[in-house]
Design a protein around this ligand. Sequence first.
Ligand code: ZN
Length: 504
Amino acid sequence: MAKSQALYAELVGKLQEVQTLESTSALLGWDQETYMPTRGVEVRARQLSMLASLGHAAFTDPRIGELLGELAASELVREPYSDVAAVVRETRRSYDRARKLPAELVKEMAATAVMAQQAWTEARGKGNYSIFQPWLEKTLGLKRREAECVGYKGHIYNALLDPFEPDETAENLRGVFAELRAPLVELVGRIVSSGRRAPIEILHRRYPADAQSTFAREAAKQIGFDFESGRLDVSVHPFNTGIGPGDCRMTTRYDENYFGDAFFGVLHESGHGLYEQGLPAEHWGSPLGQAISLGIHESQSRMWENLVGRSRSFWKFFFPKLHAAYPQATAGVSPEQWLWAVNHVEPSLIRTESDEVTYNLHIMLRFEIELNLLTGNLSTKDVPAVWNSMTRDFLGITPPNDAQGCLQDIHWSHGAIAYFPTYTLGNLYAAQFYQQAKSDIGGLEESFATGDFKPLLGWLREKIHRHGKRYSAGELVRRVTGRPLEAKPLLDHLTRKTKEAYGV
Ligand code: ZN
């Protein structure tokens, strides 16, 4: 027992070293996006590349493999969700993957990502897919090799999905997405044919950046984001990054002619931040101190952004404050008009600008295309045509060019294939968790109306945050809600909202 405990302590110590290197990279990455002068880019690339290779060497140290082997045979892993069992299981997963990937493949993927991203930027600027196509082809070839190196069961997609969403499969996603798709298409159709349009002009009045920053900070603080353990800064592409206990960075951007971007963006990033701030500090460095998956991370951001931040009770508390913060922009606007505007639904071409109802259709389209590209059922040259015809089927609109179609997202260019489904998983998990929170906590939404978000945050801390990676996403959702992941809670939420806003 004492010997096994010493081995466990040695393993955790090694993982903490790896995490120290990785969190230093994360901090440099944050700085690069926020304050680094443009000319600092070359030195920064050297710093990041050196830290990456030190991190890789530290993590693939054969001693970690030995420790995993000895611990797996010890009595400490007998209970499958004990600290040691969870740490051994999750470390084994990433250790094997890191060891199975040949260094030359990793290097080639990194180099290709840089070139492909350049080609993608040019292709998108010119609306010319043929500039990007050979790079997509090359990226897919490398990703297929990656999948073969690490191995997989079922669809080849599963090999690439695993690092983002451990244990999730293409087969399962297909099932859940199929449940979601037809009802969503139908819902969008009903909204469009209702002929009713939310008064979104009120969101596009003048909202001074200073006032936006103050108001968004106030909201983040109110829902529980701890500014003594975190920061909010400005970057072109908003993100959140947990540096470690007591240090979580989030960013946003301010458009003075649009209220929604920064405000809901900050609620979203705060949701990620609350998860990071709720991970157990004593387990920092080991899987027990890490988020389960991208989908679970996204469930936290989407819950605060959409289920809470666009709700009637949330605005009952915040509307008077909004009015005080922007007396001119909100002059003559009623709470009802405001609520409708922030819940407006309309088919649009760009995923990142789409609303809660249509968003998932954008994801399903990408998922289908990725599946078929990987198996070779779809050739890269046919991507624009398939993209456009699926957009027509799903959303009833057609992209006028590829810049607003298949070239709109950066993901494929840097090799992030099988990443998109984690966004919809986030929406699904968010709705299912939220439904459970409402049934577990009496008067949950009434508390929002008084500005009290502690009951929900306390519930999330207890049910999700404090566990780190102890459970897989699928196991967690079963433990918390008593059910496997399902489409129904999200569909119920969207249907209810649409009824309220559009009367259909
Ligand atoms: Zn997010």
